[in-house]
Ligand binder design. Structure first.
Ligand SMILES: Nc1ncnc2c1ncn2[C@@H]1O[C@H](COP(=O)(O)OP(=O)(O)OP(=O)(O)O)[C@@H](O)[C@H]1O
Length: 384
């Protein structure tokens, strides 16, 4: 969808901001450009909508060399979100959002209806916020309007330059979450500039890690964190990259341990006898469908009746496919040595700290070998 071919940008004063850049962004992909200040990220992005012209090389959008496209027409196909949102102060939020559709000749009512839809999409109630002026919004709300406005003409491509940079960390995380939810629905091709590796990892399908004017590594967040291509990348992503990797590694059924299980309708004394024989001190409680009902301690099974009367509700669990970090967070929060993993209501197994470590190690090796995690034998990497 966006293709850079040997693109170089040299400014008149001799600064080479971007040097022989070649990479490609697929349709519907979100690519984050990350790197220290002055490494050429913004220059890269502004060449896509021709706010900056390359010195040499070509950029193709949807197969077309953009040097041959009228810049005004090009920019209508490309939404642009910047940190200083740049809303018109004397226009309402609704009219700000409707700017581009109005420019391209939509009727006012249609443009406003579309704007209302988009405000809704970015989490702002159009009835409440539509009539307000930009200075009546918080920083985070203004950023959302910026995103809504960029999406208004439904451009296939979105360029975002530090779009969540101007807000505090908590709001920033909320905006990132909302943006990811929205992106899952609209699937734009997105180039997003950030200097924050956490943000790059969290948002990107792929990350381009910039050195001075060049991309040092272009890969998935997991691969960049797991197997940095150069010492520069390793240093940039940080010594705690193992910890960061927890947030991009998903829980897979193969990662799980199978704890002792008792059935909800099982007589308590029989369950107790079985668990004692296995040397188990507790068990998870499932119904006939395999759905999780909670857990029970073996001591509590001493009385009569069925397990159903004795079950403790499970306070927390995590869905399969959630990041390992979420499971780790739940374990810490409840000071627990394990957390149940569910597929819908169905119990799949539990994740323990040892299993979590194993999953992380296997995922690093899987990325390095280019194979699915299930194919990596943990024993072969345990001593690595
Ligand atoms: N108009 C210009 N004239 C000369 N040099 C420029 C110009 N614009 C940018 N540069 C230089 O080009 C290099 C790349 O700048 P760019 O803005 O692309 O970096 P960046 O990675 O986006 O940085 P930041 O994260 O600080 O925004 C820098 O050294 C910058 O000083």
């Amino acid at each position: 969808m966006i293709r850079f071919e040997q693109v170089t940008k040299r400014y008149p004063d001799g600064t080479t901001a971007v040097d022989g850049l070649s990479f490609e962004v697929s349709e519907g992909e979100l690519v984050t450009l990350v790197g220290p200040s002055g490494c050429g990220k913004t220059t890269t992005m502004m060449m896509v909508n021709r706010l900056i012209e390359p010195t040499s090389g070509r950029i193709l959008v949807d197969g077309e060399d953009i040097a041959t496209v009228d810049p005004v027409l090009l920019r209508r196909r490309i939404g642009y979100v910047i940190q200083q949102v740049g809303l018109f102060p004397h226009r309402t939020v609704l009219d700000n959002t409707a700017t581009v559709p109005t420019l391209v000749g939509w009727k006012k009512t249609k443009a406003r209806a579309r704007a209302a839809e988009l405000l809704d999409l970015v989490g702002l109630d159009p009835k409440t916020f539509g009539p307000r002026y930009p200075d009546q919004l918080s920083g985070g709300q203004r950023q959302r309007v910026g995103v809504a406005r960029a999406l208004a003409a439904d451009p296939p491509v979105l360029l975002m330059d530090e779009p969540f940079g101007a807000v505090d960390p908590v709001v920033r995380e909320q905006l990132q979450d909302e943006f990811l939810r929205m992106q899952a629905a609209v699937r734009k091709t997105v180039l997003l500039v950030t200097h924050d590796i956490e943000e790059a990892v969290r948002l990107g399908d792929r990350i381009a890690v910039y050195g001075q004017g060049r991309i040092e590594q272009y890969d998935t967040p997991g691969a960049v964190l797991g197997t940095p291509a150069t010492p520069y990348v390793a240093e940039f992503v940080g010594a705690d990259r193992g910890l960061k990797r927890l947030s991009v590694t998903e829980i897979e059924p193969d990662d799980l341990e199978q704890p002792p299980v008792v059935r909800l309708d099982e007589p308590a004394d029989r369950a107790a006898g079985r668990l004692r024989a296995e040397g188990a001190r507790w068990a998870v409680v499932l119904d006939a469908e395999g759905d999780l009902h909670g857990w029970v301690g073996v001591e509590e099974l001493a009385g009569g009746g069925t397990v159903a009367a004795l079950v403790h509700r499970m306070k927390s669990w995590v869905p399969v496919g959630a990041p390992l970090k979420q499971a780790f967070g739940v374990m810490l929060q409840h000071d627990a040595g394990w957390v149940a993993v569910l597929d819908g209501a169905r119990f799949l197994g539990v994740l323990t700290p040892a299993k979590l470590h194993e999953a992380l190690r296997r995922s690093v090796d899987a990325d390095a070998l280019g194979v699915p995690r299930g194919q990596v034998d943990f024993d072969s990497v345990a001593d690595a």
